[in-house]
Design a protein around this ligand. Structure first.
Ligand code: SF4
Length: 697
């Protein structure tokens, strides 16, 4: 089925067995003091799973090139030795690996970071202009001599990569890092040989590519270029094309097309961004390359692609050579092998949540994956089968329960999943009804397929009783949460419903008040005001952000389940109410501004600082507002999004609860996720706890 994706090709000196690269991701494993073991285990699994070529997370070309304290630097602190171990692991699996040559420029977060001489690490940039999230770091303007030395740093890093054993290098020139900063009039105010005109601003990229190519004539050399910066006033399309023309004669083997700067106000990688949104930019660059004197230089598309059937559609006309997927390899290391075998049902799809990857990477925390809690922890949780298979019962088929069940089944335990509802998925089944979160259903689909494949028993519509569990070697109680109810007069009126009810059954026309503006409130509001049709949303996204959204892969979403019937009202009159804290609190840092922003853009009213919910009447909800005034909020319907509490089945105190009865029966068990603690429950913690619990068995 994937005729093009599965076809061999060459990238410079490399012969690659398929058209899928694993794009660069910063994981934090690069600096662990473990001799490179965890990083090697991470990359080994992805190479074994079929990635034809892996690009490492950015490796700084000098101390001042680091993005932060958790960035490895070529030639410093044992980094080369660690990467040698990782490269060997990839080669062992028959894979190839490129080192990404990285310089953060003004994106360096170096407060308190010391250089190798024990001095405060400096941040440098073309001009002394901090970025919005610089946390007080103002970069120093590089002198002309320092610019030349930085070019040489890239060349030296390439030589180091070669000595380490890498098969090639990718020069990071996208996403607003140093090379991109040189190119943009927003960040390069110089008037010397490195700035002042578009040609001079491009010179740094040109000299870096020239120097790197000369340094490693026998390795594959690619560049990660910014297809568009998505920054008002930054580099134009014509200037991007001009850079491509400048670079092509220098012996590049490939161009991987990135999108947007980290400080851009246009969302690029969030779940709300349509699949394939950025393909048009890669295609534009490919057309420039094909029309040039160097038409064979490879062009690689990336971003917001999760399904290799989409990859096949994208590559089918031959304009683009390959696709680079990054986060999908966190979610499923075997993504390529499974897809090439036609087992799309087994692919654990990245849901674009950013919660365990980008949101963590931004604060320097170790990267993992919500739907694959082993990601980044392959060494701690090896995949080898158990030598003592046990009977494992998982009570609850939500994200945590499924994570536990899949891991136990993979390791050869005899697994039964008990789910009281007649559908698997729990909170993910609900989340999949939210516009932009349809992929959450794919997690459930993949788990169900894998459990079936491995002979696990799935009993839906069957709340486990302790009698079912007697004789179990281990029970994982992952019964999740239930919506919290509202305790005010009128809360029992028929027009007051839970968010769960609203998402499953819709809300009739009229004014709607949402009580609670955390993550669930924001999701429920999005459900009320946004189109359920991905094609419509993609068009609106393109219009709103004024970007060229490709519709090439839209509508080709065979793995997604149809959303439930709903009564949607475009232009609905919706008010979201919140007592304290930020709207969308609980949504990750890289997604919250998008989720809240699109509600504001859709005209949803946000009322914060509510002191008290007083009473509900037909047609209105009375509150005490932030000024202490009684006030009526129009509400033909009230949706309660006031958080969650552990499912009663997990209550340790209820005499008839599962937990005390398991304890009384002497059945070993562990309670995980929201069932253990619903305060601020997040799915990352839930799936991670599930993995840890099942590994303790
Ligand atoms: Fe994808 Fe979320 Fe996993 Fe990140 S944490 S790789 S966005 S599923």
């Amino acid at each position: 089925e994937l005729a093009v994706v599965s076809s061999p090709w060459t990238l410079g000196s490399l012969r690659l067995s398929n058209r899928v690269l694993m794009g660069s991701m910063h994981t934090g494993l690069e600096v662990l003091d473990d001799g490179g073991a965890a990083m090697a285990a991470f990359y080994r699994e992805r190479a074994a799973g079929g990635a034809a070529c892996i690009v490492t997370g950015g490796i700084a070309v000098s101390d001042e090139a680091r993005g932060g304290p958790d960035f490895a630097v070529f030639g410093a602190g044992g980094a080369d030795e660690r990467f040698r171990v990782a490269v060997a692991a990839v080669h062992d699996e028959g894979g190839t690996i490129l080192a990404q040559l990285f310089h953060a420029g003004r994106y360096a977060l170096v407060q308190g970071v010391l250089d190798r001489h024990g001095r405060q690490q400096r941040a440098v940039a073309p001009s002394a202009l901090p970025w919005a999230a610089a946390r007080g770091v103002v970069p120093e303007e590089l002198t002309a001599a320092e610019v030349e030395r930085t070019v040489e740093d890239f060349a030296a890093a390439a030589r180091s990569a070669r000595a380490i054993g890498f098969d090639g290098v990718e020069i990071m020139a996208s996403e607003g890092y140093l090379i991109n900063q040189f190119q943009s009039p927003l960040t390069n105010l110089r008037d010397d040989a490195w700035g002042g005109t578009p040609e001079k601003r491009r010179r740094f990229a040109v000299e870096v590519v020239r120097a790197v190519r000369a340094a490693v004539p026998d390795l594959a050399v690619t560049i990660r270029l910014s297809g568009a910066d998505l920054m008002p006033g930054s580099t134009t399309d014509a200037e991007v094309d001009a850079l491509v023309h400048d670079l092509l004669p220098l012996g590049l083997d490939g161009i991987s097309v990135g999108i947007g700067w980290h400080e851009s106000r246009t969302p690029t990688v969030q779940a709300a961004v349509p699949h394939g949104a950025w393909l048009a930019y890669a295609e534009r660059i490919a057309r420039v390359v094909r029309a040039s004197a160097f038409p064979d230089v490879r062009v690689i598309a990336s971003n917001r692609m999760t399904d290799l059937r989409d990859g096949e559609a994208v590559l089918a006309d031959g304009l683009l050579d390959a696709v680079a997927l990054a986060r999908p390899f966190l979610a499923d290391p075997a993504l390529v092998d499974r897809s090439l075998a036609g087992r799309f049902d087994l692919v654990n799809t990245c849901i674009g949540c950013n919660q365990a990857c980008l949101d963590r990477s931004i604060v320097g925390a170790p990267v993992s994956c919500l739907v694959n809690p082993r990601a980044g922890r392959e060494l701690a949780f090896p995949s080898r089968p158990t030598d003592g298979p046990k009977r494992v019962d998982v009570v609850g088929g939500g994200p945590a329960g499924l994570a536990a069940a899949v891991d136990a089944a993979r390791r050869g335990h005899r697994v039964t999943v008990w789910e009281a509802d007649d559908r698997l998925g729990g909170q993910f089944d609900l989340a999949a009804l939210v516009p932009g979160k349809e992929d959450y259903a794919a997690t459930v689909r993949a788990a169900r397929a894998e459990l079936e494949e491995r002979g696990a028993v799935v009993r839906t519509g069957h709340p486990a009783d302790v009698a079912d569990l007697l004789g179990s070697d281990a029970v994982v109680v992952a019964v999740g949460v239930v919506p919290r109810t509202l305790d005010v007069p009128g809360a029992d009126l028929p027009h007051v419903v839970s968010y769960e009810h609203a998402l499953r059954h819709g809300v009739p026309a009229g004014t709607v008040a949402l009580v609670g503006g955390g993550g669930i409130g924001v999701d429920t509001a999005a459900f009320l005001v946004e189109s359920p049709d991905e094609v419509v949303r993609a068009r609106e996204f393109g219009e709103w952000w004024d970007v060229a959204v490709s519709d090439e892969v839209l509508g080709d979403v065979p793995q997604r389940e149809p959303a439930a019937e709903r009564v949607l009202r475009p232009g609905s009159d919706v008010t979201v109410l919140r007592r304290s804290g930020k709207f969308g609190q609980g949504v990750g840092i890289t997604s919250r501004w998008v989720a809240v922003g699109r509600l504001r853009d859709a005209g949803v009213r946000m009322v914060g600082g509510v002191q008290e919910y007083l009473r509900i009447e037909p047609g209105r909800l009375w509150i005490r507002d932030e000024d202490g005034q009684e006030r009526a909020v129009p509400a033909d319907h009230v949706v309660v999004c006031a958080g969650q509490e552990p499912s009663p089945a997990a209550a340790a105190t209820a005499a008839d609860g599962l937990v005390p009865r398991l304890r009384a029966a002497g059945v070993p068990f562990a309670v995980v996720g929201g069932a253990r603690d619903a305060r601020g429950v997040d799915a990352v913690r839930a799936t991670s706890e599930a993995l840890e619990a099942v590994r303790r068995l």
